[in-house]
Design a protein around this ligand. Structure first.
Ligand code: ADP
Length: 382
């Protein structure tokens, strides 16, 4: 039999297993779901490596054989298309649940009957959406990966929005400029103030749209991979900021020799530019100190850019890599919140990851990893 939903429940609790499977199998559900359980490491890995097409994985946070975080990370790695849901003690407040959401965890529910019921309902709505996708897939008469379809549609949408809004926005900016230039005396003080706000917001929208278009281009651009000496690249970026650093009395120290890696030069110039620009922008009262480090960890290089700036609150450390996401204190500084999303996209284009370790008040270290075999850059250049 073919089901709409394949749920894997990673839990040792027989009681919860029974309740959830009963709720999922309820006859008033419009869709059919089948649930498998994994109560220990062996069953879990057999399930994630196995054939069953799980689209939902529910993790009880009380695993005895591993932390729920590593179970969630293994799910993201081996079942990237599945929706991963965490069940936590019902003592957790809504805010505590919210804080557990991450790239690995899509939803958090309390481990009580209300939570399990809400979870079963979510599974039912999920499949309704997926059915509408499959109808479209039938119409296209093609055997396409559903996630791939959704991703491509999202990318097309981002591109269409950022591209097609350029003309009307530029027209609006032009009209605002005409008002400013030719109707200066007519508007009066309050009219001029309103026009000022209008122009400010139109310019900001333009800035955001440009960054969005840029981001969307990065999604489709193939990196131009060449051997790049990161020492040279870093020095080049530092020279762009030297004047500002001299003005604010900031210093940049390179703690290790940086490697030569096979990367897209222009794209990594942007990564360094964004990270150093942010370290300058979000500096604290202390004289700014930026340090860059490099370390080889197994088959990847990790580059870290550390500052002694204002730092980032724990609840923001993941969010800030999203599009247009800024942390609380960012309002006083210029920016659109796209810089780190762009860095993330560039690093992902090279098969790597970017993350931050930070403590508010003492500074942040942004780390990105680039997988690279020993001597790969040398082989290509030589
Ligand atoms: P923007 O700089 O345009 O706001 P980014 O995507 O580059 O956008 O950064 C997102 C947010 O992350 C910033 O608004 C800021 O809140 C936070 N942030 C980034 N870098 C740092 C840093 N070095 N120190 C403190 N906060 C930072």
């Amino acid at each position: 039999m073919k089901y709409d939903n394949y749920v894997l429940f990673v839990s040792a609790s027989m009681a919860d297993q029974t309740v959830l499977s009963t709720l999922l199998a309820r006859s008033d559900n419009a869709v059919a779901a089948v649930m498998s359980t994994a109560s220990d490491a062996q069953h879990f890995f057999e399930a994630v490596y196995g054939e069953e097409p799980f689209n939902v994985i529910v993790i009880d946070d009380r695993q005895v054989w591993a932390s729920w975080q590593s179970v969630a990370a293994a799910c993201s790695k081996h079942r990237p298309n599945a929706l991963v849901i965490l069940l936590v003690s019902s003592e957790h407040s809504a805010a505590q649940c919210e804080r557990l959401l991450s790239g690995d965890i899509a939803a958090v529910y309390p481990r009580n009957s209300a939570g399990l019921l809400a979870l079963a309902r979510l599974v039912a709505t999920l499949s309704a959406q997926q059915r509408s996708f499959s109808l479209r897939q039938d119409a296209a008469n093609a055997d396409v990966d559903l996630d791939e379809v959704a991703r491509e549609e999202r990318e097309r949408l981002v591109h269409a929005v950022s591209h097609d809004l350029q003309d009307p926005l530029q027209l609006a900016r032009r009209y605002a400029a005409i008002l400013n230039e030719d109707y200066d005396g007519v508007l009066g003080d309050s009219g001029a103030k309103v026009l000022g706000h209008l122009q400010f917001n139109l310019n900001r929208t333009q800035e955001m749209l440009d960054e969005l278009l840029d981001y969307s281009r990065l999604q489709s651009a193939r990196p131009e991979i060449v051997p790049v000496d990161l020492n040279e690249l870093f020095a080049e970026v530092v020279s762009l900021y030297q004047l500002t650093l001299d003005e604010i009395g900031g210093t940049i120290t390179q703690q290790h020799d940086l490697p030569t890696l096979l990367v897209d030069r222009r794209q990594f110039q942007r990564v360094f530019q964004n990270l150093i620009g942010n370290a300058i922008k979000f500096r604290s009262e202390r004289p700014l100190q930026i340090t860059v480090r490099a370390q080889k960890v197994r088959n990847e290089w990790r580059i870290g850019v550390k500052d002694n700036g204002i730092g980032i609150a724990e609840e923001d450390v993941k969010r800030i890599f999203g599009m247009f996401e800024r942390a609380g204190s960012a309002e006083e500084h210029p920016g659109t919140g796209m810089g780190l999303a762009i860095c993330k996209r560039i690093v992902a284009n090279h098969g790597g990851k970017i993350w931050v370790r930070s403590s508010p008040g003492s500074g942040s270290v942004f780390i990105f990893s680039i997988p690279q075999a020993d001597g790969a850059a040398g082989q290509l250049s030589g």
